[in-house]
Design a binder for this molecule. Structure first.
Ligand SMILES: Cc1cc2nc3c(=O)[nH]c(=O)nc-3n(C[C@H](O)[C@H](O)[C@H](O)COP(=O)(O)O)c2cc1C
Length: 387
């Protein structure tokens, strides 16, 4: 068997290509080429293999080809989508991280009704927050399978949900009875060309937590236990109303963590001039009645309004790597504060390595303390910027 085949016999090169390159397609929809009912049935049959809560057969699909109906849906879509048209005007040519997606979304707003076919995924049921799994949420896995089935057959679409803001008008237009929820309306077409790239996404190691929210490992552990050599870490995050500029002012001050952490007492720059990669500072730490210690820290990443990273003791062999990351989020910011415990030059790694049977536990206990302090820091920052 070829190496690219999995234990279960799938050709992983093909499967992975499908999973990594099924993108939101808008500007590359071929609006001139028709899509047959045959293909739509085939893709819906495949999508219906998706899981469904309680094994209820409650999903329903609508295929819209009538041009007047598509025009009306396009008009409703555009009423909501003016936000993309306006944002495109502001972002075009600025290099803003959202420039491309906004331009592409605006294009879809302008061309929604020109798609050869609109396919709507709906479900019997109303989302009433009753916690029942059987209804509404069962449409989502199926809708994504529909996307994958389209992609595998040379077609494409975007997971377009904005018509949900016009549910009353849409249900009236399409004769949908009360008690049915519409979730997504796919503009379906052949794609212009078949090469699509994988999207830049955060790696699993940064967003996967082991046994405790926020507990990361830099690399997979061979036996699944927490080990010093795998780079155990902690992440805490918080959303602020304040924009990145205001949050950066606070987090780029090395004394901010000391204001809120129970362990870090103070910090002091030991180099002068502009702050940046290579600048150093000394941190004074204390665990009352246990011990007090100083750490020499060196800045290893510094990007205005985005990233501030420093390493303790020895940049090549750090006792710990500490890092702030800032992204714009919903008009405000999301602040991520993370740390990785080094393999030496700290007090935790030697203790954990000397006692292999308790290694996981020692790392767990130390990380609970870090997490509590880090949480206090991000909450403190939020308090300062959102006041
Ligand atoms: C829940 C959800 C809602 C979405 N709603 C819309 C939408 O209304 N209009 C649209 O053009 N794209 C919509 N998208 C597509 C995203 O904008 C798209 O995933 C994003 O641009 C990233 O592109 P990519 O999927 O190719 O990485 C939606 C995606 C999801 C998952």
């Amino acid at each position: 068997m070829n190496d690219s085949f999995s234990e279960s016999g799938f050709d992983l090169d093909q499967v992975d290509r499908l999973l990594t390159t099924t993108r939101a397609v808008r500007k590359r929809l071929d609006l001139k080429r028709d899509v047959s009912d045959d293909l739509i049935f085939e893709c819906i049959d495949l999508a219906e293999q998706a899981p469904t809560g309680g094994n209820d057969a409650s999903r329903r699909w609508m295929v819209i080809r009538d041009q007047d109906t598509k025009d009306e849906l396009g008009r409703l879509y555009a009423e909501v989508g003016t936000l993309f048209i306006n944002a495109r005007g502001r972002l075009d040519g600025t290099g803003h991280p959202k420039e491309r997606v906004v331009s592409s979304s605006a294009y879809l707003v302008e061309n929604f009704s020109k798609a050869p076919v609109l396919v709507m995924c709906a479900i019997w049921g109303i989302h009433d927050n009753s916690g029942q799994p059987g209804l509404f949420d069962s449409a989502i896995p199926s809708a994504w399978s529909f996307n994958l089935a389209l992609r595998s057959r040379g077609l494409g679409t975007a997971y377009a949900t904005m018509l949900n803001n016009k549910a009353a008008e849409v249900t009236k237009l399409l004769g949908i009875p009360p008690g049915v929820t519409t979730l997504v309306c796919f503009p379906v077409a052949y794609t212009i060309g078949h090469e699509f790239s994988a999207a830049p996404r955060r790696p699993a190691s940064e967003i996967t937590y082991f046994d405790q929210w926020g507990f990361t490992r830099k690399q997979p552990s061979p036996d699944g236990s927490a080990r010093v050599v795998d780079g155990p870490g902690v992440v805490v995050e918080i959303d602020t109303d304040a924009r990145p500029k205001a949050v950066w002012e606070v987090i780029s001050d090395i004394n901010t963590p000391a204001r809120f952490s129970d362990e870090l007492v103070q910090a002091e720059w030991t180099t002068s001039g502009d702050r940046g990669v290579g600048s150093t500072f000394r941190g004074t730490n204390s665990i009352p009645d246990v011990h007090d210690w100083d750490t020499n820290c060196i800045v290893t990443a510094w990007k205005d309004r985005e990233t501030f990273e420093w390493r303790t003791t020895d940049p090549e062999n750090p006792g710990a790597i500490w890092r702030f990351d800032l992204v714009e989020q919903g008009g405000g910011s999301r602040l991520r504060f993370s740390m990785t415990i080094g393999t030496e030059n700290n007090s935790t790694a030697p203790r954990a390595l000397q006692d292999p049977a308790r290694q996981s536990e020692i790392l767990h206990e130390r990380r609970l303390i870090h997490k509590a302090n880090m949480q206090r820091v991000v909450e403190g920052v939020k308090g300062l910027v959102d006041e």
